[in-house]
Structures are given as structure tokens and as C-alpha cells.
Design a protein around this ligand. Structure first.
Ligand SMILES: CCc1ccc([C@H](C)CC(=O)N[C@@H]2O[C@H](CO)[C@@H](O)[C@H](O)[C@H]2O)cc1
Length: 869
């Protein structure tokens, strides 16, 4: 079934003649591209494909036979990036392929840049899923990822006339050697239609076809799976319609199927609420659940055993329709009772929350859900009714207590008032009259209170911005339908308990956990920074740290060794040079490698405060312009790099990109500035760009308003590559500080617990830092061109009359600037800087996704490592 391009036989030594392999596989390439790196890349990729398939089949066959419990990671996004380097190194084939490519007059370095990124994700959430797959395979954990095979991934970002433009991501045009099409693995998925005597009769049906992407573990035979679903029409061409000349109708079904998996929604933290988005979510969830149940029933007949053999982890609320779909499959298709189905569902499904931003929490209008998925809406209503019924007494008890307390307070106040009035009346020699109907009023009120209080627990709730419209709160459905709920960093897991789900924590506190994020050390240190990795391996005398990150701790003593520091610094310089070359190639800007390389790369979002960074650079520019030669001589030069995509419909984020580009244009072409400051916006930030940028960084910025960034994962990648962090007490910055020692981080800004108060008071905020005002005045004065264009951006943080600056940039600016001065101060002492840079790498093995996944496996999934014999 699996298509394996014919490759050459072994060269008699049993050792596969990889070079011949590659040449043979080159013929297999789809594109017919002329000889050259891209064709060679295809040849290498297909030859690696074969080795992957062997490992994949062996693993899946073994797990099928052993039938261990599996975890299924349901995610609408998998930001995989490139595969070649990761696959060759994880399978320990780098030697063979380097040698073979040398024979063919090329190298892995040369061919790997021919590969297009698999950009099936927006940012943090999608990349985390990819790191998790690498760790699950490396830890030999039986598990699959389930997602969508988008035809077009995350848009490619280009810059035109100083603005972001979005271009389609034709990532499949040259074929995809990393997937295996499974024409035999297909499931029907229905939409719309109606309920006829309780049975759902879909109005539209498509076929979900599987594509398997082998996921090789590091230094293990285990090769797990990422199954992505593509949508096919039940009938490709409606010949009747065609013959009747209705050509549109003839291909209508195909068009409808194609649109489901056509494109990834490019929003990173604002829900769009488009019906097609829900269609995408249900499509991959239904196919994944049907697939898992079908494979379960191949070995088991009783579905009540499913929780022992499968666990579904929902990557945020995007797959949460799974709660209703599993109920439908168990009841409508497999004939279980509601209670049995609910018992199975709530023992099988778990939910991870990745954001507290209100605009990112999905709430589907009942109208939309009922139209697209009438049976599921019916089930969600039943789930909600039974849920509210099950907690009614608890809530009534609470209301009673609160009312009693309030009544007592009111009575006390009344009694006091009455005593006072009576005393006053007595003083004037008059009697006081009793009033009946007040008692009646109290009685009536009590009834409403319980109903009112229950609303706070209801999965189905009224839209507070559009009275009368009912919404399904997908996060509430996820919490009620899951046996475990976790946040992605310590502070975040506390915030979701206190701010997002307090009423649920009250009822089942044990369900709430924390699982601090992590990143794979293979891609994000060993493979993107082989030079630094070689030095670490040499120092530790082993490369075991790549699989056991806690061994990095042993690097600490080397920080005190000057010669080791010199080699460490030399490698950082090397990586800075590589980054500088990339900047030159992509932007044309020449940057020196002497300055401090200061990086902020992540999705553009107001809460991530790229704008505050930009304002600080305007002031740095102003300082340079006004400085005397003596002062300039003492300044620490900087190369400041920005990277990140703005969601295509996110107006303010696009303005921020525009401002950074204007600052870059102005500063970099200002002869007065020279190498003292260069500002660069690197377009199309993605996984492959990150692999070049992160090793070349010396300072990375994670400056979100405290309490807004759930975790962050680039902070971990920078820290592991010896790059300092300037940041707020937010997300995983805090745990990085705890591991690295806060004295080694440049922490600034208000704390999460102060935010609400400061937001209250922000309208009377007066003490603007003069550096802030000076910088914004330059923008308003047109120092960076098109002042009108930036007017509302400036107003968004500087005009409290318009109730702005929600993310408190003005509040944090002074301490941010002071922290930046601390950075300059330390950078002047390169020995101390390097010493601490080594401490960063040595202290943050905790942030390996192997540690994270090991915790999920033990504390949520109850899945055991099942390595091949
Ligand atoms: C409905 C649109 C939408 C799309 C994506 C999202 C994601 C949850 C946003 C996201 O990527 N969150 C990031 O997840 C990372 C992995 O846990 C965290 O490290 C980041 O802090 C968090 O912003 C929300 C809403």
C-alpha cells in the first residue's frame, strides 16, 4: 500500500549505497525539476522517506500487536517546519548522507534549504504540538498526532512599500516526500441536515482520507505517526449535472470538500467565528475519533474499555467538538446509553488551555452550531442540562449562604438604621409603622438568585455584547467533558483557575493541573546550533544531554573557565555572522557583528508589546543623534531584529509592523548613526527562520504585559542557546528566572496581580516617562514618515481619554528602559556576559519538551514507554 520509490540495492556490504539510493530516488521526483539542488533535495528526501517508512511500519506493527494504551494529540495546528535535517539526525543517518552527498558533490547544508516549511500552524500552539511529537517518539510513547492536511499553510509574509503583504503558501507544489497517502483509510463526515426521529440525517457528506507523516524519535527505533486528514467529495464529478450543462453543480461537491482543508486560519489569538472554521474543526475531529474507535474495535468488542486504551488530548478548544462527537458516535453509532457514553467520554478526553485572552476563547453561536451540527447541538444541550442539574444543589447551597450573609449584613444595617430611626423617633416622642410586602419581595428574589448563579456554570450562555444571542462556550464544554485541564506555565495555570474557571475549580479542584511547556533540544539546540552543541558535548564528554537535558547542569563549572568562555564567545560570534549574512541576503542591510544582537521574534500582537520595543529604539536613535562623540564612544552598539506575522485582519498589528519598517528605513539609512544602531525587520518569520535567528541572538525580548503570555516557548529556545532574556514576570519567564537565577535575567515591569488595579487607575495615569513622550512626539512629528498612518497606533497607548493603553506600555516603559540600560552595562563586560550566557544554557534543561511530555504521560495520559524490542 505504501508507495516506496525503487532505490538501489545494497552495495554488497549490506550497507545501503545511499548515494545510488539518492540518484535512483531523484528519478522519482514529481516535479521533473532540472538537475540541481532542488532535484537533489527530492532525491535525498525520497531516499530518507524509505528509511522512515521502514521504521514507521515496524513501530506501528509492534504497537498494534502489543496494543498498549495510546495518546492521541488532537490539534488544528502542527507547525512542523522542515523535516530533512531532523529525520536524518534523529535516525542517526547524518554520517551516511553527508558522505553520500559529498560523493554527489553536494552537502546536507546545501540541499536542506530546498525544502519548504510545513507551516500548518500560526505560532506557539502549533509549534508546541510539533515539539511534543518529537518528544513522544523519542520517549517511545505510543501516541499519534491528529490534524488537518491544509493545502495552503500559514501565509508567506512579504514587505511591500513598508507594509506587510500576505502570499499563499504553496507548500505542496513540489510534492511532499514526508507523507504517506492512505487511500484505504477513509471515513465519512457529515454536516448540516436535520434530526429525523432522533437520528441525524446529514445534508452534506465528505470523505476524510488519511495521510501519515512518520515521526522518528531521537536515537530510538520508535517512529510514531502524525495522521493528517484531507477532504474528498463523495462524488468527484456529478455527471448528470455535467450532462445537463450545470458545470458548477457538477463539481460543487469537489469544491465544497476542497474548501474544508484548503487553508489554515491565520489568526493567532482572536477567534474568527467563521462557519468554515467550525467545519474544519469537526472534520478532523470526527475522522480522528472514528479512526481510533475503528482500530480499537479491531482488537476489542466492548467500548467501555476505551479509556484504558486511548486518551485524547485537546490542544486548546479548537478540537473541543470532540466531546459531543464522541458522545454521538458512542450513542448513535455504537448504541451505548447516554450515561455509559458520558462515563467513557469523561475518562478519555483531556484539555489544555493556551490563552486567557477573552477574544481568543471560542464561543460558537448556537445558531451556527445547530445549523452545521444539529445532533451535536442537541447533545450539548443535554450535556449542559445534566451538568447544571448535577450542581444545582451545590449552587443553591452557595446562594443560600451568600444570601444569608447578605441578608444578615442588610438586616444588621437595617436594624442599625431602624434603631437609629427609632431613637430619633423616640427623641421626637413618635411610634414607627411595620411594612408587609417587603417580606414577600425577599421570598421571590431567592428563586431568581439560584437560576442567575447557575448561569455562571452554563456551557450555553447569552452573548453579553449581543443580548438574546446564545453562545456555546467551548472552554466550558472542554472543562465539563474532560478528566484533566491544564495550563502551560505555573503562573498561567494559576490564572486560569482564578480568572477563567474559578467556579469549576470550586467543584473539582483535582481536575486542574499545570504542565509547563518545553521545546525539543534536537531541533532547537543540537541541529540549529551544531557548533555550540559540539562544544557542549566536548565539555561534558558525551552527547547524552541531547536525550537527557538535565545533564546540561554539568556545564555550569565551565562558566568559570576563561578559555572555555573564549570558545563559547567565538561560537556565538560565528552564529551572529551567519545571522548577519542572512539579514544581508534577505533585507540588503549590512550589519556588523560587533554590536549586541537584540532579538524580538514572535507573532505580532499588542499584548506582546513589540510597540514598546519600537518606542525604546526611537529614543535610542534620538540619544545617538544628540550624543557628543565622547558619549557615542561609550555607547553599546546594537543590531535590533524584529520578526513576526500579523494576522491578516489584525489592523493594529499591521500598523506595528509598518512602524518598525519605517524606523528601520530611517535609522539604517541615517549616516549619523553608523553601526551604533541597526533596526531590521526580517520578513516571513517561521520555523526555519527561527533556526537561523535564535543561535545568533545575545538578548531576546519577552516583554508581554504580565498575565497575558500563557507561557512563551521562544524564551526557552533563546535561553538554551545562551541568549539573555529581558522580560516581564509573565508566563515561563518566571520559571526560566527560577532556573537560571533572576540575577541573570533583566526583569522589569508590573506584576500580574497589579494589572486590574492599574487598569482601573490608568485614566488618571500622569507620570509619563520623558523618554516615552520624546519618542512618541518624534512619531507624531513624522520623523519616520506618514505620521497620520501612525496616529491611531500612538493614540492607542498615549491617549487615556480614549481609555487606551490596555496593555500598560506607559506604566512599564520607565523600568523597561532602565532594564535596557542594565543590559548595556553588563555587555561592556564580555567575560561576565559570556559566563552568564553559559549559565543560561546549563540551567534550562528543565525546558526540554521531553520533561513536559514525561509529565503529561505520567500525570494525565497514563501511557507507558513501549520501545521496540
Ligand atoms: C481561535 C483563534 C486562535 C488561534 C490560536 C490560538 C492559540 C491558543 C494561540 C497560541 O498559540 N497560544 C500560545 O500557545 C503557546 C503554547 O502553549 C504559549 O507558549 C503562548 O504563550 C500562547 O500565546 C488561540 C486562538
Amino acid at each position: 500500500e505504501i508507495n516506496k520509490p525503487a532505490t538501489s540495492s545494497s552495495n554488497g556490504s549490506g550497507k545501503q549505497d545511499v548515494a545510488a539510493d539518492i540518484v535512483a530516488a531523484e528519478k522519482y521526483t514529481v516535479t521533473g525539476a532540472p538537475a540541481g539542488p532542488s532535484k537533489l533535495y527530492q532525491g535525498v528526501a525520497w531516499s530518507v522517506h524509505n528509511k522512515l517508512v521502514d521504521a514507521f511500519e515496524a513501530t506501528q506493527a509492534y504497537w498494534k500487536e502489543k496494543d498498549p494504551k495510546h495518546v492521541y494529540y488532537l490539534s488544528a495546528e502542527f507547525l512542523m517546519g522542515r523535516t530533512l535535517t531532523n529525520a536524518v539526525h534523529n535516525m542517526g543517518l547524518e554520517g551516511e548522507y553527508a558522505e553520500a552527498l559529498k560523493k554527489l558533490g553536494s552537502s546536507l547544508e546545501e540541499v536542506r534549504s530546498q525544502e519548504l516549511d510545513a507551516a500548518l500552524g500560526n505560532g506557539g500552539l502549533g509549534r508546541l504540538a510539533a515539539c511534543f511529537l518529537d518528544s513522544m517518539a523519542t520517549l517511545d510513547l505510543p501516541g499519534w498526532g491528529y490534524g488537518i492536511r491544509y493545502r495552503y499553510g500559514m501565509f508567506r509574509q512579504a514587505v511591500k512599500d513598508g507594509l506587510q503583504v500576505e502570499l499563499p503558501d504553496y507548500w505542496l507544489d513540489n510534492g511532499n516526500p514526508w507523507e504517506i497517502r492512505r487511500p484505504a483509510t477513509q471515513f465519512k463526515v457529515g454536516f448540516y441536515g436535520s434530526l429525523q426521529d432522533g437520528k441525524w440525517v446529514p445534508g452534506e457528506e465528505v470523505i476524510a482520507e488519511a495521510y501519515d507523516v512518520p515521526i522518528p524519535g531521537y536515537k530510538t527505533k520508535t517512529c510514531s505517526n502524525l495522521r493528517l486528514w484531507d477532504a474528498l467529495p463523495t462524488t468527484e464529478l456529478d455527471l448528470q449535472a455535467f450532462n445537463a450543462g450545470d458545470y458548477v453543480k457538477a463539481v460543487e461537491q469537489k469544491r465544497k470538500a476542497d474548501e474544508i482543508t484548503a487553508v489554515l486560519y491565520p489568526n493567532d489569538a482572536t477567534e474568527e467565528g467563521k462557519e468554515l472554521r467550525l467545519k474544519q474543526q469537526f472534520f478532523f475531529v470526527s475522522a480522528s475519533l472514528q479512526d481510533t474507535i475503528a482500530r480499537y474495535l479491531e482488537k476489542h468488542s466492548d467500548l467501555s474499555g476505551l479509556p484504558e486504551k486511548a486518551c485524547f488530548q485537546m490542544n486548546d478548544t479548537h478540537p473541543t467538538i470532540a466531546v459531543a462527537e464522541l458522545m454521538r458516535l458512542l450513542i448513535d453509532v455504537h448504541g451505548l446509553s447516554y450515561d455509559d457514553a458520558w462515563a467513557i467520554t469523561t475518562k478519555t478526553v483531556a484539555y489544555t488551555n493556551h490563552t486567557v485572552m477573552p477574544e481568543a476563547l471560542e464561543k460558537w453561536p448556537v445558531r451556527v452550531l445547530a445549523k452545521l451540527l444539529p445532533r451535536h447541538m442537541q447533545l450539548i444541550e443535554e450535556i449542559n442540562d445534566r451538568w447544571l442539574a448535577s450542581i444545582k444543589d451545590h449552587v443553591a447551597g452557595k446562594v443560600e449562604k451568600e444570601l444569608a450573609a447578605k441578608a444578615a449584613a442588610v438586616a444588621e444595617a437595617k436594624a442599625a438604621a431602624k434603631a437609629e430611626a427609632q431613637a430619633a423617633a423616640k427623641a421626637e416622642g413618635k411610634e414607627l409603622a411595620e411594612d408587609e410586602e417587603e417580606a414577600a419581595e425577599e421570598k421571590k428574589e431567592e428563586v431568581d438568585h439560584v437560576a442567575e448563579a447557575l448561569k455562571a456554570y452554563s456551557i450555553i450562555q447569552e452573548n453579553q455584547w449581543n443580548k438574546g444571542e446564545m453562545l456555546v462556550n467551548m472552554a466550558y464544554l472542554a472543562v465539563v467533558g474532560s478528566f484533566a485541564v491544564n495550563g502551560v506555565a505555573a503562573i498561567h495555570s494559576e490564572i486560569i483557575k482564578t480568572d477563567i474557571f474559578p467556579q469549576f475549580v470550586e467543584l473539582f479542584p483535582e481536575r486542574f493541573q499545570n504542565k509547563t511547556n518545553g521545546v525539543t533540544l534536537r531541533r532547537w539546540l543540537a541541529y540549529c546550533n551544531p557548533e555550540l552543541s559540539a562544544l557542549i558535548t566536548e565539555a561534558l564528554g558525551t552527547d547524552a544531554w541531547v536525550k537527557d537535558a538535565s545533564l546540561l547542569e554539568k556545564l555550569k563549572p565551565f562558566a568559570e573557565d576563561a578559555s572555555f568562555r573564549a570558545r563559547w564567545r567565538a561560537i556565538k560570534q560565528q552564529k551572529k555572522a551567519a545571522l548577519a549574512a542572512h539579514i544581508k541576503e534577505v533585507t540588503g542591510y549590512e550589519v556588523s557583528t560587533e554590536p549586541l544582537f537584540d532579538i524580538q521574534v514572535k507573532r505580532i500582537h499588542e499584548y506582546k508589546r513589540q510597540f514598546m520595543n519600537a518606542i525604546s529604539l526611537i529614543y535610542r536613535y534620538k540619544t545617538i543623534k544628540e550624543a557628543t562623540p565622547e558619549e557615542r564612544a561609550k555607547m553599546v552598539p546594537r543590531v535590533c531584529v524584529f520578526g513576526g506575522k500579523a494576522a491578516s485582519a489584525y489592523y493594529m498589528a499591521k500598523k506595528i509592523v509598518g512602524l518598525v519598517l519605517s524606523i528601520s528605513e530611517t535609522v539604517n539609512n541615517d549616516p549619523d548613526v553608523g553601526d551604533l544602531l541597526k533596526v531590521v525587520f526580517l520578513p516571513n518569520y517561521n520555523v526555519s527562520e527561527a533556526e537561523i535567528i535564535i543561535p545568533g541572538a545575545e538578548l531576546s525580548q519577552h516583554i508581554s504585559t504580565a498575565g497575558t503570555e500563557a507561557s512563551g516557548t521562544s524564551n526557552m529556545k533563546f535561553a538554551l542557546n545562551g541568549s539573555f532574556i529581558i522580560g516581564t514576570m509573565d508566563g515561563a519567564n518566571i520559571e526560566i528566572g527560577e532556573n537560571t537565577g533572576f540575577e541573570n535575567l533583566f526583569i522589569f515591569g508590573v506584576k500580574a496581580e497589579e494589572i486590574n488595579r492599574l487598569r482601573e487607575e490608568r485614566k488618571d495615569f500622569k507620570d509619563y516617562d520623558p523618554r516615552w513622550t520624546a519618542a512618541l512626539d518624534m512619531v507624531k512629528a513624522g520623523a519616520f514618515g506618514r505620521p497620520d498612518y501612525f496616529d491611531d497606533l500612538v493614540a492607542s497607548v498615549n491617549d487615556m481619554t480614549r481609555g487606551n493603553d490596555w496593555f500598560l506600555l506607559a506604566n512599564d516603559f520607565a523600568s523597561y528602559m532602565d532594564a535596557q540600560d542594565e543590559v548595556d552595562k553588563l555587555y561592556r563586560d564580555q567575560e561576565e556576559w559570556t559566563r552568564r550566557s553559559i549559565i543560561y544554557t546549563a540551567s534550562n534543561g528543565f525546558f526540554s519538551s521531553d520533561r513536559t511530555i514525561d509529565q503529561y504521560a505520567r500525570e494525565i495520559w497514563s501511557v507507558q514507554p513501549t520501545p521496540l524490542p
